[in-house]
Design a protein around this ligand. Sequence first.
Ligand code: 2P0
Length: 324
Amino acid sequence: MKATARAHTNIALIKYWGKKNQNFILPYNSSLSMTLDAFYTDTTVEFNEAFTENQFFLNDNRVNNEMATRVFDHIKKITTLLNQPNLPHFKVWSTNHVPTAAGLASSSSGFAALTAATVKAMGLELSKSELSRLARLGSGSATRSLFGGFAMWSTGNDLTSVGSAIDEHPEMDLHLLAIETNNARKKIPSRSGMQNTVETSAYYDAWVEKAKNDLDLMTYAIKQNDFELLGKVAENNAMAMHATNLAAVPSFTYFEPDTLIAMQTVQELRDNGISCYYTLDAGPNLKILTQSKNIEAIKTYFNKKLPKASIIQATFGPGIQYLS
Ligand code: 2P0
């Protein structure tokens, strides 16, 4: 009863920001993402009668904190929902191939890989959609990491709010450059940040309405293979999400001084005829969306403007994979 799964992280182009149900992790709005090749998590789960306790190892180190509790709770939820509540103790080994420098959250790849490895170790085979529903109970963004290319997570109820593939093998020439200007742990976790915004921001309802419209535009851009439209909609959607935070009580932001410099740098590049757009999540590091021909020019310009920043490149990654 042992299995290993690999899941890649994803970057949301239409953001998930706020839950209508916190127990079941049901979002107010549907979201859409790009799965990334450069960043992934490998997770092995083993159930064994010989084990006397549950254990979690992250990057080869035994972990015994609230992160381990979240992992154990997730496995217990899965075994209960799949009607096998009396399995033996288990061990989980997880390796994150998500460089800290990328400033990307590993909870999307982490809970997708954990879910797939747990179900396979139980000897069961579920569809990606069924796995996505279970992954959601661990972390919302994990729903999308079961799928490669462009993926979507629909709002709905416990059974219908799942991820799906929009295009697992997109033709679009699309690359992401993660600009790391700050590698400190984020001050406001996304879970509490989004909840505060739902409860107090005067702009929250407007955000939900806008996210719906942006999703339609983004789906159209993908179908038309229109990079310019995709970039514009992604950038505008990210800024709208961050605007809801500024209007929360108390107000908060993930922007740092270098975030604003990086945004200005993207604008300067555009003014110079180099097509690129940005998005950013619950942290200060900008992610640039661009196409092959512009990558070197963007790197060179950023090296001048923000010489201390490290830049990591990615493009489309695959959906869930089983390594054993
Ligand atoms: C996203 N983020 O769509 C958005 C954009 C951050 C900003 O999903 O509470 O770790 O575990 O469901 O998935 C980060 O939130 O939150 C996130 P939970 P999660 O990618």
